[in-house]
Ligand binder design. Structure first.
Ligand SMILES: Nc1ncnc2c1ncn2[C@@H]1O[C@H](COP(=O)(O)OP(=O)(O)OP(=O)(O)O)[C@@H](O)[C@H]1O
Length: 446
């Protein structure tokens, strides 16, 4: 019997989950545990540290949330667990999962992220929540500056998207946070992709962890149809507009590399009548949440985003992911396309490839061990028919962007705080990444 067949026969109760939490799972419409849940929960309930690797959309959040809630139920205590996440939106989502599963046992959960008022967060922390879900930068700020706040009695530490949290953007913050958390804690590291950094942390501060790998390190989900679309040159927004036309009615996330492109493409698509909204790290937190909520609610069905949306976000209605820019890091590809085809649903990804991207494209195929199919489009003439309208829209957008910049003065828009994945200027970050990460270590480690 395969592991997945075995897990199909299991129930949350048979894994050792207590009755109120089984009821909460039922309310969340979780009929049976997913594979990662079936594999991880029994070990976690025995008090073991866990390193869990499972594909995007496979239910990792509940795999770590349920054992923590059960331990909390058995020995209630404030500041019981801290969950770290690389983006603010993901932090919110994780806290929603804790609330959905744990409201039945009266869990109190607080989100600690940048872009929001430190003072009101300090007040929330003084009320001693059971669970904190945080981005590393802001948690560090509170540990250093909020009087009376400490994690010295913490029992559980979770790093969701552990490989991202341990990479160069967050590494120093994580080191500082680990220094003030008791060594006797339980630690859970979860992600759909893993790196050698995780092994290093494991050696440094995990006690005899159980490693659970229900997928290979870099696999995409089987319910995802992966396409590419080749065209020689980069400046051809026409192809994107053509795709949006062809896919009209679908819910689409378009990933780009820079905040500037995200803003520009959202305006361009809007100008051409598509209900597009941008999500990137240079928007205020209120706008970021507004964009995401509008997309989630289906008010707008095209989200144009940087990699700030590539990790962990669970929006079941997403039908298609388009990579307008090919990701420079193959892991980012896996997380981006994983925003669709979640929890066994089907989905599509389309990656736009120019002659300059061929090497990156081949590397991605090598890493995921799959060939992408060519996305079927009409003749090139069909695409070129759009040229005139797109050029006109581009002209308008250039003016709009200049006007926006003028209004903001010569100052660059800064995101508030420096706590999450998108906190650096994406262009700088990508140059660093493409030169160092993927070429040097990324490819080998993948
Ligand atoms: N046992 C279950 N049965 C049905 N649905 C489930 C179950 N467990 C979780 N889900 C749902 O599956 C979806 C994906 O879960 P989750 O966001 O935890 O995935 P993930 O593995 O963390 O993905 P990613 O790697 O992209 O972060 C969510 O909508 C969640 O509510």
């Amino acid at each position: 019997m395969s592991t997945s067949e075995a897990s199909e026969e299991k129930t949350f109760a048979s894994l050792g989950i207590i009755e109120p939490l089984c009821k909460a799972c039922e309310q969340c419409k979780y009929k049976t545990p997913t594979e990662i849940q079936a594999e991880a929960i029994p070990w976690a309930l025995q008090g073991r540290d866990i390193i869990g690797l499972a594909q995007t959309g496979s239910g990792k959040t509940a795999a770590f949330a349920l054992p923590i809630l059960q331990a909390l139920w058995e020995a209630p205590q404030s500041l019981f667990a801290c969950v770290l996440a690389p983006t603010r939106e993901l932090a919110y989502q994780i806290s929603e999962a804790f609330n959905s599963l744990g409201s039945i046992i009266g869990v109190r959960c607080t989100v600690i992220i940048g872009g929001l008022d430190m003072m009101s967060q300090a007040i929330a922390l003084s009320k001693k929540p059971h669970i904190i879900v945080a981005t590393p930068g802001r948690l560090q700020d509170h540990l250093e500056n909020t009087k009376g706040f400490s994690l010295r009695n913490l029992k559980y530490l979770v790093m969701d998207e552990a490989d991202k949290l341990l990479d160069m953007d967050f590494g120093p913050m994580i080191d500082k946070i680990l220094k003030v958390i008791p060594k006797e804690r339980n630690t859970y590291l979860f992600s759909a992709t893993m790196t050698t950094k995780v092994a290093k942390l494991q050696r440094a501060s995990l006690t005899n962890p159980v490693k659970i790998e229900v997928s290979s390190k870099y696999s995409t989900v089987s319910t995802l149809l992966q396409y590419y679309l080749f065209f020689p040159f980069k400046h051809k927004d026409c192809y994107l507009v053509y795709l949006c036309n062809e896919l009209a009615g679908n819910s689409i996330i378009i990933f780009t590399r820079t905040c500037n492109d995200t803003q520009r493409l959202a305006l361009l698509l809007r100008n051409l009548g598509f209900p597009a909204i941008p999500l990137h790290g240079q928007l205020s937190q209120t706008k970021r949440l507004g964009s995401l909520n509008n997309f989630k609610a289906g008010n707008r069905n095209v989200l144009v985003a940087t990699d700030v949306a590539s990790r962990g976000l669970d929006i079941p209605l997403v039908d298609v992911v388009i990579n307008f820019d090919i990701p420079t890091n193959s892991k980012d590809y896996i997380h981006r396309v994983g925003r669709t085809a979640r929890a066994g649903r089907s989905g599509k990804s389309i990656t736009l490839v120019t002659q300059y991207d061929v090497e990156l494209y081949q590397r991605i195929e090598h890493v995921i061990g799959k060939k992408m199919d060519l996305f079927p489009i009409g003749s090139k003439d069909d695409v070129m028919l759009l040229q005139e309208r797109v050029s006109e829209a581009q002209r308008i957008v250039t003016l709009e962007m200049k006007e926006q910049q003028h209004k903001k003065g010569s100052k660059r828009i800064k995101s508030e705080g420096n706590d999450d994945y998108d906190f650096r200027d994406r262009e700088d970050r990508d140059i660093i990444q493409s030169n160092k990460l993927d070429n040097k270590s990324g490819h080998k480690n993948m």
